[in-house]
Design a protein around this ligand. Sequence first.
Ligand SMILES: NC(=O)c1ccc[n+]([C@@H]2O[C@H](COP(=O)([O-])OP(=O)(O)OC[C@H]3O[C@@H](n4cnc5c(N)ncnc54)[C@H](OP(=O)(O)O)[C@@H]3O)[C@@H](O)[C@H]2O)c1
Length: 301
Amino acid sequence: MKILLTGRNGQLGWELARALAPLGEVIAFDRSSLDLAVPDQIVSAVRSVRPDVLVNAAAYTAVDQAETEQDAAQAINAVAVAVLAEEAKRARALFVHYSTDYVFDGTKDTAYLEEDLPNPLNAYGRSKLAGEQAIRSIDGHYLILRTSWVYAARGKNFLLTIRRLLRERQELRVVSDQIGAPTSAEALAHASAELLRRHTPAALGDARGVYHTTAAGYTSWHGFATEIARLERPDPPVRIVPIASSEYPSPARRPRNSCLSNEKSRRNFGVELPHWVVCLRACHGALQSAAQLDTVTRYRR
Ligand SMILES: NC(=O)c1ccc[n+]([C@@H]2O[C@H](COP(=O)([O-])OP(=O)(O)OC[C@H]3O[C@@H](n4cnc5c(N)ncnc54)[C@H](OP(=O)(O)O)[C@@H]3O)[C@@H](O)[C@H]2O)c1
């Protein structure tokens, strides 16, 4: 199987490059080899690779910055996605794309289902929804995997920010009225690869549609930070104080309820991610091992 992967230096792209490798030949692009802001580059990359599966892990992900860079967000998350979907269809390839909980407004009381009506609160969410709509209207063979609160051992994310702050401060004030599923990029990449291992691209194409794909379980940002602190065991312990979203104003509004039901993915494909705490422990373990190796290397120098 020939797999074209975009965004290979992102949190998810990095993990996908590793997870997809056993499935066949992975041709992975970063921004310097394929700039999604330039549609011609997309066309020539897909036409020269001629993939069986095109996995798009690249995106404009700066949620707050998108409020003042709406054109840039639309260019990468909607216009480029439409070109990728067109080219995948032309190549008769399966298009695997990632979207977000931020397509919803968070007013629902229970977990969102795939058929619930999107109503994004911010420019990033609108650009991702426009990407989803473009893929659906092009109507090739596609999977849109909506995920949430992605973190990894590398990149810019909540886990790494909290780890740093735990070393710098005695008290952290963290939002407790936004609920969602922290999702490890490694677990999401593994689940994506598992989909392709268990089902042929043709079978996945027949089941085309949107699938919610997050870690199991839910928590608040405060709950997430508390679990990170528990694993890190800072001494003296850092107080993690719950605050309301209104006490932490940001340029982009965020949904209060970001919980996505993974039932459809489990039912159709038999694939589900572990509980978010299990994934967090694994990521924390990887960070600890990396730190230990770093210490050993420095000691030997
Ligand atoms: N992060 C989250 O919390 C979250 C939540 C829900 C859904 N998602 C979705 O999950 C997917 C993966 O997100 P992630 O967390 O892995 O994001 P990420 O770490 O920000 O990675 C995004 C990648 O896209 C690349 N990119 C941006 N503009 C590009 C361009 N013009 N041409 C080529 N590449 C470009 C970036 O390249 P550079 O490295 O050069 O900047 C980066 O490597 C995205 O679809 C995102 O919308 C993420």
